[in-house]
Design a binder for this molecule. Sequence first.
Ligand code: SAH
Ligand code: SF4
Length: 359
Amino acid sequence: MLPSLTGQSPDALAAWLEQAGQPAFRAKQILDWIWKKQVTSIDAMTNLPAALRETLATSFRLSSLEHTHTQGSEDTTRKFLFKLHDGRYVESVLIPANPALYGESSDRRTLCVSSQVGCAYGCKFCASGLAGFTRNLDASEIAGQVLAAEQIGGDRVDSLVFMGMGEPLANLDNLLEAIALITGPETLHLGARHLTISTSGLVPQIRKLAQHPQQIRLAISLHGATDEVRSKIMPVNNKWPVNELFDALNDWNARKKQHLTLEYILIKDVNDSLEQAAILAKRARAIRAKVNLIPYNTVEGLDWIRPSDTRCQAFRKVLRDAGITANLRLEKGHDIDAACGQLRLKQETEEGIISAPAR
Ligand code: SAH
Ligand code: SF4
């Protein structure tokens, strides 16, 4: 399998051109075609000599993703399914605005990006965890989702959330390589402040990322304010319990300017008691975090239930009364299986790559 051009850093491309006996200025031309003009074939790079285009085509693929499917929804959220070179699938979701970040009237476009095929962390409520872990995505497969979304959608993506399939911090090296492509001035050039990494709470990697020089945002999938509740639905909590996690978040705060976000899915009779809300409020205040409440998105094959709207609002009120910024996330894409991993699970099950999830 040829390496893809979208996975080449400017330095790697410059080194390749040098050993191919090509002048250095070709690097900028090629990067412009890939990332700025966003062509879909090497042949379309018309200011390169034909011989160089031929050498490029025998040495590289242009992209490592094949777009196979777009699913739309009533609220104009769109979900893209991509086939990878080994026949596996990943998905990205384009969300017209992220009201939690920008307010309801914004026309900003947020892309939800996958970082792995499957996930090894096995959270009990999550479609991505259902079929286990297959492999890490490489940098071109991660950054390529953004490029592909811009090509398909015909418009720039303004911000990214690493909340698709997989645990991004379990694939930290490739993730950082992808972020270099996404934020680099010669490549996609999106500001680091517009990137949010979501993690289920991998403490050593949070500490490592805290030392990264770019101002990337961090969101924590908390989903339980105490060890008792969190451990029931997130096995990762047995390894890094809530107090250890919050120690790492304090360390993050000491090094970073941006406020942390706590993500909290509301699941009926599991983590939606007002007592949990009160503890969550204390925890959020201790690290100056805002809270995103997400009513559980039903996953086929799983029995968890979303609480009533009244209960979700009562939960939010406890947080707000305690002075915490708490959004109750407006449904985006509920009707297109937008919760992470669901479309890919469907596709791979249909193709017999994985067997249907057991109840
Ligand atoms: N592994 C990372 C990022 C991917 S999951 C993490 O766990 O943070 C992105 C978000 O979707 C997480 O907050 C996750 O808990 C949430 N999620 C998973 N399944 C969901 C569901 N069925 N309904 C609503 N949110 C879900
Ligand atoms: Fe993995 Fe995140 Fe899903 Fe948990 S919620 S199984 S960490 S993708």
